[in-house]
Design a protein around this ligand. Structure first.
Ligand code: MG
Length: 383
């Protein structure tokens, strides 16, 4: 029997890799829905290949253009944020892969969970900003399967013991392109340098977040929600080779690690195949060669974003949403060459100082906090 899946964000890095996995097992999947922000050229190709029932396009003009272009195809075109939510909740799909970027992933994720669908979650920001809301929808049903490589690793390692036997989890971080750099060297960093990740090929937003360690910070918050762990039980260690994707330490001191060459295809396939494991032709570690594995503590001085995430996570409520919104604005400015690399954390600290968190926020409170933080960040940047 084939699994009926929708992929939100099918034209992005995770989305296209998800379709690569689907291509390996064409008899195992039926594509129900696909979506894009505005890349209708690629979406059109995907629609003609996979013939989904529906497709959503966030940008209205592009949606209308796509509609014209595919008038010979049966796929229904949905428009804008509302359309994306409709697609997320589309009846026929059993699993929804959320491969959206940033805050935009929150509401579609909630929409899919509310309809009782399994969610393969690649959008960590959804959990950062709305972890409480998402987990209250998901917990009873155990329906979120992490796609983020670290969380997929933890999810796999947790199978080695019971929940109450977990001492802590250790998220590994490659350290990004600027590992070992001090503030002096970081001062003149250009976007093109930050976009060159040593081990992973990813979208622009997450690559910059990896360079600042904000990505790891968000992953700490993501892990807190996914695995129901206090922040003091979540450690981060720099592991430049990206072979160990994360670890779980149990109460007897035993540490279980998940290892593989760095490729998102594996965690994506695991999320799609879970609870089974399927054959793959992904590149494997070659044991004929010498490998070394290193661990070192993160440099909090040069990369303070990691600490800001702990602080936002521990404060809770709307604070992580505010940190995330400010970060989205700051990263955009950095990519446009309008903000220096070292100013990203300065802006984030300032926005957190200006915000008093509201606890137990509703979706509306989160949307408001997000909007406030975006405006306030622009104010700080233009001051
Ligand atoms: Mg990750």
């Amino acid at each position: 029997m084939s699994r009926k899946i929708s992929i939100l964000g099918s034209t992005g890095s995770i989305g296209t890799q998800t379709l690569k996995v689907v291509d390996q097992f064409p008899e195992k999947f039926k594509i129900i829905g696909l979506s894009t922000r505005g890349n209708i050229d690629l979406l059109e190709m995907q629609i003609r290949k996979y013939k989904p029932l529906a497709a959503a396009v966030l940008q209205q003009e592009k949606a209308l253009e796509l509609k014209k272009r595919i008038s010979d195809v049966d796929t229904i075109v949905l428009i804008g944020e509302e359309g994306l939510k409709v697609l997320a909740a589309w009846t026929d799909a059993e699993m929804v892969v959320v491969a959206l970027v940033g805050f935009s992933g929150l509401e579609p994720t909630l929409a899919a969970l509310k309809e009782g669908k399994a969610v393969a979650l690649a959008n960590k920001e959804a959990l950062v900003v709305g972890g409480e809301l998402i987990m209250s929808e998901a917990r009873s049903k155990k329906t979120i399967i992490p796609v983020d490589s670290e969380h997929s690793a933890i999810f796999q390692c947790l199978h080695a013991g019971r929940e109450n036997e977990v001492k802590k989890i250790i998220l590994t971080a490659s350290g990004g392109p600027f590992l070992g750099w001090g503030k002096k060297e970081l001062a003149g960093v250009q976007p093109s340098q930050a976009l060159k990740h040593p081990n992973w090929k990813m979208g622009a937003k997450v690559t910059i977040d990896s360079a600042t360690l904000m990505n790891k910070g968000f992953e700490v918050i993501e892990a807190h929600w996914l695995f129901n762990l206090e922040f003091k039980k979540i450690d981060v260690v720099i592991h430049p080779e990206s072979i160990i994707h994360s670890m779980v330490e149990f109460n007897d001191g035993s540490i279980i690690a998940q290892m593989s060459l760095p490729s998102m295809l594996l965690p994506i396939q695991f999320a799609l195949s879970y609870p089974e494991r399927w054959e793959s032709n992904f590149p494997r570690l070659n044991w004929e060669e010498k490998h070394s594995i290193n661990f070192l503590p993160p440099d909090q001085k040069s990369f303070p974003c990691l600490n800001y995430a702990y602080r936002a996570g521990e404060t809770g409520g709307t604070m992580p949403a505010v940190l995330n919104a400010a970060n989205e604005v700051a990263v955009e400015r950095f990519l446009e060459n309008r903000l220096s690399f070292l100013h990203i954390p300065v802006v984030l600290e300032e926005i957190m100082n200006r915000h008093s968190a509201m606890l137990n926020p509703s979706l509306n409170d989160i949307v408001k906090a997000d909007a406030w933080a975006r405006q306030e960040t622009i104010k700080i940047l233009d001051e």
